[in-house]
Ligand binder design. Sequence first.
Ligand SMILES: Nc1ncnc2c1ncn2[C@@H]1O[C@H](COP(=O)(O)OP(=O)(O)OP(=O)(O)O)[C@@H](O)[C@H]1O
Length: 625
Amino acid sequence: MPPWTRIDREVAGSSLWAGLAAIPAAARVILAIVWRVAPRTMILAVLLNLVGGLATVSGIVAGARVIDELITGGPTADRVVAALSAIALVAVSYSLRALLDAAAAAALGATIPRVREAAQVELHELVSQVRLIAFEDAGFGELVEQGSGAGIRAIEASLRHAGALLSASVQVLAALVAVMSLNPWLVPVTLLAMLPAAWAAAKAARLGYASFLRMVATQRRQAIAGRLLTGRDTAAELRAFTLAETVLADYRTASAALAAESTTTELRTTAVHLMGRALTGIGTGAAYAALGLLLYTGQMPLALAGAAVLAMRTSSAALSAGVHTVNQFYESSFYVALYEKLRLECRTRTRPTRPCRAPANPERIRLAKVTFTYPGQVRPALHDIDLEIRRGQVVALVGENGSGKTTLAKLVTGLYAPDSGTIHWDGADLSECSEESVAAAVAVVAQQLARWPVKAAAAVRLGRAGHLAGGGEAVFTSAVEIAGVRPVIERLPAGWDTVLSREFEHGRDLSGGEWQRFGIARALFRDSPILVADEPSAALDARAEAGVYEAFRALRDGRTCLLITHRLANVRQADQIIVLHQGKIVERGTHEELMSLRGRYHDLYDLQSAPYAEHHVEPVVRGAS
Ligand SMILES: Nc1ncnc2c1ncn2[C@@H]1O[C@H](COP(=O)(O)OP(=O)(O)OP(=O)(O)O)[C@@H](O)[C@H]1O
């Protein structure tokens, strides 16, 4: 069961009062946005609803007058003439009510897109300003997904519910006020007719949620199996492992279960509706009996009976609609609460604005006793790290999977902040520098590259957003040549104008190595004094890899390069090799120093070069040796 079904369980299991109690909090959030983006339309919608209520009162009262005129003594023609003005008022009242309802719906319709847009834009602004580490927190990730998806949809739905609820409440109230003004005894009579209908509506809604809950797991199972059968990601393995029949069998089982459940649910819902209608019938019958009693005992003149019937019909229809809306509003209120929680979380996790700027090209980067633990983890990913990197050095971070290389690179470049210890760029403590100024000095070839769905030229130029439309031509050309992007472009149907995504017409996807070439070109085009390359050649062919390392060495003139790689042959010429193991630095030095140490680096290097030594060939170090 997905985590969000908790909400449906809660709605299915709680009372109508719990639903009503949850509405004010959700309404506050929505009204705050509406008040910000469309205050006048909001006031107009409320006024239209209120005037619509007055039209209902006038319609009912006028209806009572029509009957009154028609049943009083005298010739029929005179009675009809006497009733004409009341008949006209009935017609005007109900026409006006229809017009006002339409106007209120139009006002709401005009407000909803603006509210949705305001909520979406604000949320995306807030999330984009959140510190990177927040995304390593699984709870925050889930909140972003729910808050920005279902949360935004709930804002829109709640606004509709608020409109429907306001309209229903005004109509119920109007009917009660109308009958009250005619005869106070009519109030309990009207309630008698409308309460069973309200009860039935609440019951039907709850059964709807319960049946949805019974089906949701099977529905998801069917959807997942369907995606596995038809998706692009699994298409190759599905065929290569001849898995189609296995997955199809699962799909068939889920579909059959779903069909059976649907039939049962349909029958149950029909039974509930039947019960609802029967109860409404009993309620109405009781109301008529009460009416009859009032007439019999002379508590009420006959003319008012018609008004009572009108009021009963108006109010029970409005109340049923209102009760149904309360349930929906209740469900939406949970998601609105998630949206609100996400906004608050974003605010607490926003990147701080700091006046101090980091040095544009630091002479020395120093880490002292740096410890870092990922959110929700007990064991630190890095422990007591002391490190110094000088401008122009190529520093290689090596070590087994999970030893902390990527994490260390993110700390050095200010993407994460340490839990304890300090990171200085020259005299500046990174914890006091603005994140933008730190980022300005750094270019990153990330281990998991973003596959930007943009034109090929933009995929490189994104490295320096200021030059997206053009500029930095010499740097662009050199970045493209070094990263080996040119031959890729020659193979693309529209060259530099090809969109790198199959989601667009004529768009093209790239191979893993081709994406990596774009990632390297993007970082080189950034032309920053510090380059961080995390496994930059994992997917590259031997020729491209040699070219890239050659280029990294050439960057040494005044630039600092932090290199993470498992291919140790590529780090032989690094100025410093840092060997990490379980979050600690266990060895450091040049290749020669570490080899003579005969420690962990020596063992790893030997392990990698053994196959080449056996066949008397050099390892893939053309660029590095
Ligand atoms: N988002 C995260 N949440 C929790 N733990 C994490 C997260 N990312 C990494 N870790 C853990 O932190 C430790 C260091 O991870 P890191 O990615 O820095 O290793 P690495 O040396 O770069 O590994 P690899 O060679 O596989 O890329 C590992 O134990 C890893 O499981």
